[in-house]
Design a protein around this ligand. Structure first.
Ligand code: NAP
Length: 268
């Protein structure tokens, strides 16, 4: 989003006043829906590169006082999440996407890139989502729920690694983040964002192919650099999606790393 110049009155020797345009620096802005592990980790990186970050959750701004102090985010409401921003990140459990206010993004600019970090963990955390169980990629379902295109990103990395494993460009152990979606320009902006916050983003194809980066697939939470991530995406087998998801769920339950309380029944 571009900065808007500001006008001020300039004095020239006490005689005539003329108006001059002062350059105004407008901070890039991101909105994060979800104040948990992944939302907080990404917020920290965005703040580090100079973003103004608004965060919203289901409990409202008063629950975000500590986040504001710790991360420097601005607490917001879900409705704020639909306002002007360069990026909106959806970082909530999959089942909760269906509980977002209807038409939340109706007035959001088409320029805003909506990122989805979610993973579907059926039954224990996310209940049953028939469309995904029937084969729809997780983020295509999200896109359908919110009624606007999404870019799948950040679902393949543990929140802790976002906070502590960012690296400068060219570092041999720089982690690669697959970025899937149908809008090529939006995807390019997401890849550029990954780079700015310390990761190599790669175009992982259209959203219809995003099952390649879902839970349990070879690239999922392996935190590998670009060459290995590219090979892992190519190795993914569609007929293994459900079996691999189950393996990932079992692992997540054992390790309690990814998965946002995957051992807890979703509320409601
Ligand atoms: N944890 C990881 O390392 C990791 C890595 C990659 C991807 N993921 C995926 O990212 C998603 C989020 O994971 P997480 O670990 O960050 O979860 P989390 O720590 O449990 O946080 C979930 C957040 O979602 C918010 N939320 C829940 N229902 C909501 C609703 N209806 N409206 C608005 N906000 C709502 C919660 O806010 P309230 O507390 O106010 O309800 C909370 O801030 C999941 O799909 C997960 O699988 C996680």
């Amino acid at each position: 989003m571009h900065g808007i110049g500001r006008w001020r009155r300039a004095c020239s020797g006490g005689k005539r006043q003329r108006r001059v345009r002062e350059p105004e620096i407008v901070m890039p802005r991101a909105v994060i829906i979800g104040s948990g592990n992944i939302g907080s980790a990404v917020a920290g990186r965005l703040k580090a590169i100079g973003y103004d970050v608004v965060m919203a959750n289901s409990r409202g701004p008063s629950s975000l006082t500590d986040h504001a102090r710790r991360l420097g985010i601005t607490p917001g409401t879900l409705e704020d999440a639909a306002g002007a921003a360069d990026f909106v990140l959806i970082a909530i459990p999959q089942h909760a996407v269906a509980k977002l206010p209807p038409r939340l993004f109706a007035r959001t600019s088409t320029e805003t890139v909506v990122l989805d970090a979610g993973n579907y963990y059926p039954r224990l955390r996310d209940g049953t989502i028939a469309e995904i169980d029937a084969g729809m990629p997780d983020s295509q379902w999200v896109e359908q729920q919110i009624g606007r295109p999404v870019i799948k990103m950040f679902n393949t990395i543990h929140a802790g690694r976002i906070a502590d494993a960012h690296r400068p460009p060219g570092a041999p152990d720089r982690i690669c983040l697959p970025v899937a979606g149908d809008d090529v320009a939006a995807k390019a902006r997401a890849v550029a964002l990954a780079d700015l916050i310390g990761f190599d983003g790669i175009d992982a194809g259209p959203l219809a192919q995003s099952w390649r980066q879902q839970p349990g697939m070879p690239v999922f939470c392996t935190h590998v650099p670009t060459a290995k991530a590219t090979a892992a995406l190519a190795q993914a087998r569609h007929d293994a999606v459900e079996a691999k998801r189950q393996e990932a769920l079992d692992r997540a339950r054992r390790w309690s790393r990814d998965g946002a309380d995957v051992g807890r029944l979703p509320a409601g």
